[in-house]
Ligand binder design. Structure first.
Ligand SMILES: *Cc1c(COP(=O)(O)O)cnc(C)c1O
Length: 384
């Protein structure tokens, strides 16, 4: 097999550490559903899922039936899978047949699920997602009675796995009033479910931020994405952790992902010459420049041109000129003994230096999740 221009490494010890930290926060009771939508937030479903299984994960959540199929292919055991987002009616048969759980947020989907379950000869495993104020997806309160009644009458075909909702920005303290309204709405609807004749296996509302900082949102299951990969959902949530621990700083979450490549070419550039396309960078002195074999087509944003840096020889090397489709240049003038094929760290640790995911997102006006989830699926992932 030929080589790709870069590689992503996943740290098993970091994932183990993160899952243990989340477990400390949520306690032993709840099921920990590992959210692996968006190619496991760019970590790569194919590599991440078996790794998570080795670390004790038995439940995965995805956004689409396409991703559910990727998890079916990647899992090594009999981990459960839950689809939280789009599920086309034509995929329902496959989903029910594979005993995959899925969110239902309209009444019609319950009826279709019963029909399909009947055909397949297996129960449809549904989570009723409730509209509590996010105004994204969710069953409206007026329809809850009708849905519960339907679920009760068709218990032989419909397994009520969960009653759930999703908070609209719980990672930001600025949203707390709205979140409290959502919590109240959920509680009221939960009581309605408890007074009905159906009983879900799980009540669940918590994403990473909720699980780490708002214990009242932790019920029978948590759906954790960003934090298991070692990213804090927001500065607010990190700060709440510090206040709780009474510490000035703490690093209980460790990044799982590193991104690396090698120097492709070394070049002497004379003072006054331009580097790369156009006039983006003019050498202020004689320079030594390393060419890095990836660019914006590989998820390295063009807006990082002339800013940001990589690690070479344990030191920071600043980007000079613009990021091209598949190469960019860095200044290595002050780094001793640089050679062709030396390791280049784009994200992660080298010597005493570290480049965080967060450092990127500040430069390109993205959030951590956006940046990692866009890392191309074609980059090979390996476990270290
Ligand atoms: C993505 C998602 C999560 C996970 O959120 P994180 O903040 O990454 O932990 C949980 N629930 C739903 C419905 C989601 O779409």
């Amino acid at each position: 097999m030929t080589s790709h221009s870069s590689r992503i490494e996943l740290s098993k010890s970091a994932l183990k550490n993160n899952l243990e930290f989340i477990r400390q926060k949520i306690g032993q009771h709840p099921v920990l559903s590992s959210v692996v939508k968006a190619n496991a937030y760019g970590h790569g479903i194919e590599t991440f899922v078996p790794l998570a299984e080795e670390c004790g994960v038995e439940h995965f959540a995805v956004a689409t039936s396409f991703e559910a199929e990727e998890v079916v292919e990647a899992r090594t055991g009999d981990a459960d899978i839950m689809i939280m987002g789009i599920l086309y009616p034509e995929d329902l048969h496959w989903v029910v047949d594979h005993e995959i759980e899925y969110f239902v947020f309209n009444f019609h989907r319950l009826e279709r699920s019963r029909e399909v379950a009947d055909k397949v000869g297996k129960k449809a495993r549904v989570h009723l997602e409730l509209e509590t104020g996010g105004n994204r997806t969710g069953l409206h309160e007026e329809q809850l009675d009708k849905a519960l009644d339907y679920l009760e009458r068709h218990q032989d075909k419909l397994e009520l796995m969960g009653i759930c909702t999703h908070f609209a920005g719980i990672e930001s303290l600025a949203n707390q009033f709205r979140i409290q309204q959502q919590e109240k709405n959920f509680e009221r609807m939960r009581e309605q479910v408890e007074q009905s004749d159906v009983e879900p296996h799980y009540y669940h509302t918590a994403c990473s931020a909720a699980a780490l900082a708002f214990p009242e949102t932790v019920m029978d299951m948590v759906r954790v994405g960003t934090s298991q990969y070692g990213m804090w959902p927001s500065p607010d949530i990190y700060n709440m952790h510090l206040m709780q621990e009474n510490k000035m700083s703490d690093a209980p979450l460790q990044p799982v992902l590193s991104w690396k490549t090698d120097i492709m070419h070394l070049n002497e550039v004379e003072e006054g010459d331009y580097i790369g396309y156009g006039t983006a960078y003019q050498a202020p002195q004689d320079m030594e420049v390393a060419v890095i074999p990836l660019g914006y087509s590989n998820g390295y944003a063009r807006s990082l041109s002339n800013r940001h840096h990589v690690l070479i020889g344990g030191q920071r090397a600043t980007i000079v000129g613009s990021i091209n489709m598949n190469v960019f240049m860095v200044d290595v003038t002050d780094i001793p003994d640089v050679e062709l094929r030396d390791e280049v760290v784009l994200i992660g640790q080298q010597g005493n230096e570290n480049i965080s995911i967060k450092s990127f997102t500040e430069s390109i006006d993205a959030i951590n999740n956006e940046f990692v989830s866009r890392l191309p699926a074609a980059i090979p992932r390996m476990i270290v």
